[in-house]
Design a protein around this ligand. Structure first.
Ligand code: IPM
Ligand code: MG
Length: 356
């Protein structure tokens, strides 16, 4: 197959890890006979420095013309003092909205070789962990009406949480479709004991469930879900939730694995278009030092091959290569506990590519 990729290396360790992901992609191209035409574009702090804006129009145009976007990470201390609407992170929100990326898939899984990394007791995780957070990504309080007004308590700022039935329906469908390919269990997370927007959410998710008689649906309030995630994370298969609850719960879920340098994500639009990125941040303290773990970005390439391009065997090949390299004992600094072989970013990428 032949396809177009927009590549956003971004800030901090972004360029380090994307380099390795592209190396792995090159190996896939050679081995399976595909061609990916990659075009680099700027977003985040590096775009602010280069052209004065975190998300240049050219970047949006190139991404829209591509079949998928691969992103490293954006942000860093250097831009932390800019006003909220000019920070590098705005680029992410802009990309999500402009590209219609309403469905954010954030898997949290434990690799057998890294089972000890979890901060939870071994008995809680006996048998492993493999759950998927499906986060709504272009609605809710992140994109609702906002403003300021005077109140008797002084000037106030507000952000509105609003969900339309159509927005809930389409994210619910993604969650149920995912569950059909997994363990057929969806947990919808809301705050329906308090919020009207959550009551609508719960009603619509329950309606969508009728089209998936093979999938079991539960509902949890978000506070309970946060608790259950550490109490017994193995009860979950697919968690579906709003933008802000998903932001919070996906961080919690990733921390349970103890190795956020390993976790990829996908942000999908209607159709096959998607943006793929590691769940971790830009780690400016180790940028350019060959210390970052490129695996999450490499696994994001696997998600891209699977979800945008329907290349399941190629995606499996990358995931298997990662497992092989971990089994061989290779560890980047974030994973190294004294056993195995300590390797840098480039060597980790090279080894994973070689294992394909
Ligand atoms: C994430 C991040 C972003 C979000 C920030 C950087 C805007 O926390 O992708 O989870 O809140 O969505
Ligand atoms: Mg977040």
């Amino acid at each position: 197959m032949e396809a177009k990729l927009a590549v956003i290396r971004g800030d901090g360790i972004g360029p380090d890890i994307v380099e390795q992901a592209l190396l792995v992609l090159k190996k896939i191209e050679e081995k399976f006979g595909h061609t990916f035409h990659c075009q680099d574009v700027l977003a985040g702090g590096c775009a602010i420095d280069a052209v004065g804006h975190c998300l240049p129009q050219e970047t949006i145009d190139v991404c829209k013309a591509a079949d998928a976007v691969l992103l490293g990470a954006v942000g860093g201390w250097k831009w932390d003092t800019l006003p909220g609407d000019q920070r590098p992170e705005r680029a992410l929100l802009g990309l999500r909205k402009e590209l219609g990326l309403f469905a954010n898939l954030r898997p949290a899984m434990i690799f057998e070789a890294l089972a000890d990394a979890s901060p939870l007791k071994a008995e809680i995780l006996a048998g492993g962990l493999d759950l998927l957070v499906v986060r709504e990504l272009t609605g809710g309080i992140y994109f609702g009406e906002r403003g300021t007004r005077d109140t008797p308590m002084g000037p106030a700022a507000y952000d509105v949480e609003q969900y339309a039935e159509g927005e809930v329906r389409r994210i619910a469908k993604v969650a149920f479709d995912m569950a059909m390919k997994r363990n057929k269990h969806v947990t919808s997370v809301d705050k329906a004991n308090v919020l009207d927007s959550s009551r609508l959410w719960r009603r619509v998710v329950s309606e969508v469930a009728k089209d998936y008689p093979d999938v079991t649906l539960d509902h949890l309030y978000v506070d309970n879900a946060a608790m259950q995630l550490v109490r017994n994370p193995r009860q979950f298969d697919v968690l579906v939730t709003s933008n802000i609850f998903g932001d919070i719960l996906s961080d919690e879920a990733s921390q349970i694995t103890g190795s956020i340098g390993m976790l990829p994500s996908a942000s999908l639009a209607q159709g096959n278009f998607g943006m793929y990125e590691p769940i971790h941040g830009s780690a400016p303290d180790i940028a350019g030092q060959d210390k970052a773990n490129p695996t999450a970005t490499i696994l994001s390439v696997a998600m891209m091959l699977r979800y945008t391009f329907g290349l399941g065997a190629e995606a499996d090949a990358i995931e298997d290569a990662v497992k092989k390299v971990l089994a061989k004992g290779l560890r980047t600094p974030d994973l190294f506990t004294g056993e195995g072989t300590l390797v840098g970013t480039a060597e980790m990428g090279r080894q994973i590519a070689a294992a394909i």
